[in-house]
Design a protein around this ligand. Structure first.
Ligand SMILES: O=c1ccn([C@@H]2O[C@H](COP(=O)(O)OP(=O)(O)O[C@H]3OC[C@@H](O)[C@H](O)[C@H]3O)[C@@H](O)[C@H]2O)c(=O)[nH]1
Length: 343
């Protein structure tokens, strides 16, 4: 049976993992690892593709429907012999031969998923990718989210916490969708022996966020650059923790390569109020702009900060040694707990 560890809790698989295609071991078949990245044209996905493509033993296939992602994010790889790009919506089955699947596809910005609810993407998309993993014996990693904790009653959030989620709220297509996706992953693991990995991603920022993405870091920066008011949604005392995208990508790859199924929190434990973030962006970019408190929706989580002890222990987070290649940012998954201030 599978030797994977699930957060110290036993989730025995009833079957051995499906066998990869015998062609993989054929002497005429190249030994490259073939990796599918769903949502690979998006913000985190495209950075993940960049990192995977650095390894000459990897072949990368991206499937994306470009609802929030963009071909532009992958421009440098188009035409590369180890790279393939497919316009595909994961709510439809996908037939490929791959060894690993990074399943990221899902709009992650609240304004996008409230406009076009993501429950089908999360449920049917994950089911389709699990079907693919089962057929070809691939290992599959799901990017779940800190939103599975809802408006948390425990702080910081540990993986053992089951969350406080409104099943009929405007965010439920995303948070409940990801919760069902996690359920499907564990059902396929226990029933079919699929090798699964689950990352719970906390707020992440960095280059290639859409300028009109609606998420707070890109919003404030764009507003400050345009000389507009920084719109702090009420009350402004709600907190978030922000992780730089390259650190997130390192964590995802280490989790995929390791032995733990997860779920594992990936993020930066440094915590800000949104008002503090606005003041910092204002000070760094445009001290002349005003900070205005605007209306908010009732289900906006009031506090969020990951407990990353498990990531550290499993060496997918801070202080861990990467399984391959040199660590970026000194091997730490964290960035400093406060954004740098002007001298
Ligand atoms: O212009 C803005 C945008 C957002 N905000 C506030 O900033 C906080 C963060 O909002 P974001 O939209 O960036 O992100 P959220 O934390 O609400 O959701 C995110 O959670 C983690 C990921 O899985 C997803 O990227 C996303 O769902 C919220 O409290 C929101 O009300 C503002 O005050 N002003």
């Amino acid at each position: 049976m599978s030797k994977e560890v699930s957060n110290g809790v036993h989730h025995p698989a009833t079957k051995r993992p499906p066998m990869p295609s015998p062609l993989r071991n054929s002497k005429f078949f190249q030994a490259n690892l073939r990796i599918l990245v769903t949502g690979g044209a998006g913000f985190i996905g495209s950075h993940l593709v960049d990192k995977l493509m650095e390894n000459e033993k990897n072949e990368v296939i991206v499937a994306d429907n470009y609802f929030t992602g963009s071909k532009d994010n992958l421009r440098k790889w188009i035409g590369h012999p180890r790279f393939e790009l497919i316009r595909h919506d994961v709510t439809q089955p996908l037939l490929l031969e791959v060894d690993q699947i990074y399943h990221l596809a899902c709009p992650a910005s609240p304004i996008f998923y409230k406009h076009n609810p993501t429950i089908k993407t999360n449920v049917i998309g994950t089911l389709n990718m699990l079907g693919l993993a089962k057929r070809v014996g691939a290992r599959i990693l799901l990017t779940s989210t800190s939103e599975v904790y809802g408006d948390p009653l425990e702080h910081p959030q540990r993986e053992e916490y089951w969350g406080n989620v409104n099943p009929i709220g405007v965010r439920s297509c995303y948070d409940e969708g990801k919760r069902v996706a996690e359920t499907l992953m564990f059902d396929y693991h226990r029933q079919h022996g699929i090798e699964i990995r689950i990352a719970r991603i906390f707020n992440t920022y960095g280059p290639r966020m859409n300028i009109d993405d609606g998420r707070v870091v890109s919003n404030f920066i764009a507003q400050a650059l345009r000389g507009e008011h920084l719109t702090v949604q009420a009350p402004g005392t709600q907190t978030r923790s922000f992780c730089y995208v390259s650190d997130m990508v390192d964590g995802l790859i280490r989790l995929m390569e390791g032995d733990s199924t997860g779920p594992v929190n990936l993020g930066n434990p440094g915590e800000f109020t949104i008002m503090e973030l606005a003041e910092t962006v204002k000070e760094l970019i445009n001290p002349a702009v005003k900070v205005t408190v605007v209306e908010n929706t009732p289900d906006d989580p009031r506090q969020r900060k990951p407990d990353i002890s498990l990531a550290k222990e499993l060496r997918v987070g801070a202080q861990g040694q990467p399984p391959q290649g040199p660590p970026s940012h000194g091997g730490r998954l964290q960035v400093p707990p406060r954004l740098p201030r002007r001298p």
